[in-house]
Ligand binder design. Structure first.
Ligand code: ATP
Ligand code: MG
Length: 352
């Protein structure tokens, strides 16, 4: 197939991990007979330095024409002055808005190697294979904000349409997995949560009778994620709860360096990135873990290009090299490999 992929390495370790992603994409194209046009653009702090704008017009145009966007990470101490007018993270928020990506997907399926690093009993992590679907463009993060004399307000607003479209996305994904959807809200106290609960219930009953649904309150969910994580398949929730729960869930995976994410909109447009940040403390040293970014490439191939075989082969290659003990410094103190070595190990596996 033919596809144009925008590569936005960003700041910190972004360029190092994206270099591995680029080589993997080139390998997939070559081995499986695809034509990928890979086009790089600036975003975040490096774009502020070059253009005074964290999402320059060139990058907007590049992404608008692409079939998918792969991002490294944005931000760093040199751009984090709280009084600064422009901040790297604004570039990412604007890009999400431009692409209209309203569903944020985060798979959490801890590999045994990483599970050992998790501060949780390994027995609890056995069989954990969760897919979070977090609503990304509504709720209190985007509602009206204001200050009053001695008060502050963040409005939390959701429309039925916003809830329906992300519910359908989550339900379709559940259908392709273990056909179970856990919807998380706070319907005992929040009006938006009551709308979520009734809308999710209706959409699932009318359109997805084959998918089992459970509703849980977010406070209980915070507990269940650590006591019975293996009982969940797809977890659907609104923006703020999803932000908190997905960070909690990343602990299940042992390392930040292993978790990919996808942000999807209508159709096939998608933005793919590792969940970790720009890790300025280790940037430029060639020791960052590239696996989360390579797994994000797998999600890109699956969700935006429909290349399921290639996606699964990348996931298997990463699992295999972890089994073999090809570990970066965040996963192992002894015999740590470099970013390049880890990337090459995955490519070698993929070639086989
Ligand atoms: P952000 O605000 O951008 O999310 P953050 O401060 O929350 O940044 P990260 O940049 O993700 O966090 O880094 C948190 C810690 O995890 C750092 O010590 C960093 O070095 C480490 N880390 C993050 N990503 C990786 C990676 N891919 N490989 C190795 N270590 C990593
Ligand atoms: Mg962070």
């Amino acid at each position: 197939m033919k596809a144009t992929i925008a590569l936005l390495p960003g700041d910190g370790i972004g360029p190092e991990i994206c270099a591995e992603a680029r080589e993997l994409l080139e390998l997939v194209a070559e081995k499986d007979g695809h034509t990928f046009k890979l086009k790089e653009g600036l975003i975040g702090g490096c774009a502020i330095d070059a253009y005074g704008d964290p999402l320059p017009e060139e990058t907007v145009k590049l992404c608008a024409k692409a079939d998918a966007v792969l991002l490294g990470a944005v931000g760093g101490p040199q751009w984090s002055d709280p009084n600064a007018k422009v901040r790297p993270e604004q570039g990412l928020l604007r890009l999400r808005a431009q692409l209209g990506v309203f569903a944020n997907l985060r798979p959490v399926a801890p590999h045994p190697v990483a599970a050992k690093l998790a501060p949780l009993k390994t027995r609890l992590l056995k069989g954990v294979d969760i897919l979070f679907v977090r609503e990304l463009t509504g709720g209190s993060y985007f509602g009206a904000k204001r200050r009053e004399a001695d008060a502050a307000v963040d409005e939390c607003r959701y429309t039925v349409t916003e809830i329906e479209r992300v519910t359908r996305k989550a339900a379709l994904l559940a259908r392709g997995r273990r056909a179970k959807l856990t919807h998380v809200d706070k319907a005992n106290v929040l009006e938006t949560s009551r709308l979520w609960r009734s809308t999710v219930t209706r959409v699932m009953r009318d359109e997805f009778p084959d998918v089992a649904v459970e509703h849980l309150l977010v406070d209980a969910m915070a507990m269940y994620l650590l006591t019975r994580p293996a009982s969940f398949d797809v977890i659907l929730t609104e923006n703020l709860f999803g932000d908190i729960l997905t960070d909690e869930a990343s602990v299940l995976a042992g390392s930040m360096g292993l978790l990919p994410s996808a942000s999807l909109g209508e159709g096939r447009v998608g933005l793919y990135e590792p969940i970790h940040g720009s890790a300025p403390d280790i940037a430029g040293q060639g020791i960052a873990n590239p696996y989360a970014t390579l797994l994000s490439v797998a999600l890109l191939l699956r969700h935006s290009l429909g290349l399921e075989t290639e996606a699964a082969r990348i996931e298997q290659a990463v699992a295999d090299v972890l089994d073999e003990g090809v570990l970066t410094a965040d996963l192992s103190r002894k015999h740590a490999v470099s970013t390049r070595e880890a990337g090459e190990a995955v490519r070698k596996r993929y070639r086989k």
